[in-house]
Design a protein around this ligand. Sequence first.
Ligand SMILES: Nc1nc2c(ncn2[C@@H]2O[C@H](COP(=O)(O)OP(=O)(O)O)[C@@H](O)[C@H]2O)c(=O)[nH]1
Ligand SMILES: [Mg+2]
Length: 332
Amino acid sequence: MSGHGSGRVERLLEGLAAGDRTAISEALNLVDDRRSEQRQAALELLDGLATRPLPHAPYRVGITGAPGAGKSSLLNALVEKLRASDAGIGIIAVDPSSQRSGGALLGDRMRLSGGARESGVFLRSMAARDRLGGLADATQAGATVLSSVFEWVFIETVGIGQSECEVAQLVDTLVFVAQPGAGDTLQFMKAGILELPDIFVVNKADTGPAAERTRGELESTLGLTASPEPGDWRPPVLLASAQDRQGIDTLLDALAEHRDQGLKSGRLEARRQSGEQAFAVDSLARRYGEYGLERIGGAQAVAQRLAAPGPRSIFAVVLELGREIERAVKPG
Ligand SMILES: Nc1nc2c(ncn2[C@@H]2O[C@H](COP(=O)(O)OP(=O)(O)O)[C@@H](O)[C@H]2O)c(=O)[nH]1
Ligand SMILES: [Mg+2]
């Protein structure tokens, strides 16, 4: 069985290394497949990706905010800019209103002006509805696949508390998109997630002075909640208009700055590690249940195993822990 799986995995790994779109598509389907025997192959694939050196250093950006704030439009504007410098771009869009997946629906909505149809851009849309609890897991795996091909990986999600925490864990930089005067500030203060975003963008600045007011509100709210230590990142609040292509360069500059600072301070590495840890625990809990996870000592034991020095990827560790759980729960 594993020989069969490995052949397929080898083929996919080669296809991904060549940037082949069919392979990207198939790999994304595989890592998103809930069936047990496919999970095995998916972990093998992810392990293969983790242990092969990449020709580029991927960077993951989350874009979150209320429906209609202009996340897709901003993403579209960013993609245009980045394509001008020939950067490869992978996009995962989690769309709560979509029951279909496959990207056609979202591709229309994004009005990607040529962008996503080019070979340097790959868009995958996922429906959030049937993904309760599984979003982070599926998205993390999908992002790993896209990161193996593209320098830039964007994840667009609707900000609804829980999903925001999840996406913050699996990106290097989280951008929150607000729109003028929509009461976003208050809403997100209540949800207590204002600490998560690394960059705030008030979009639709073309609609008038309300944008500037919303920006001021956000800035003072952030000033109240933040207790920065020296060297801490202070989230900037930017103005933009995706429609008029204003503020896009400033946003790109802020992304570059956050990335550089994260690399220098070690924060980026720590964030990636905790994201991987969450993936490992989720992945095992989904497959074996809380009961199974407890057989090997729970989330804490998983964290310990991941922290153990060695050249193996987290996916190999997850495979190994899975086998241990299987032995532990087997009768007799
Ligand atoms: N006036 C104006 N409208 C915008 C801007 N950005 C997006 N929109 C509009 O806002 C609506 C929602 O945009 P969309 O990108 O789909 O938002 P999302 O749900 O956050 O992805 C669409 O009708 C857009 O045309 C902008 O900068 N200015
Ligand atoms: Mg959208």
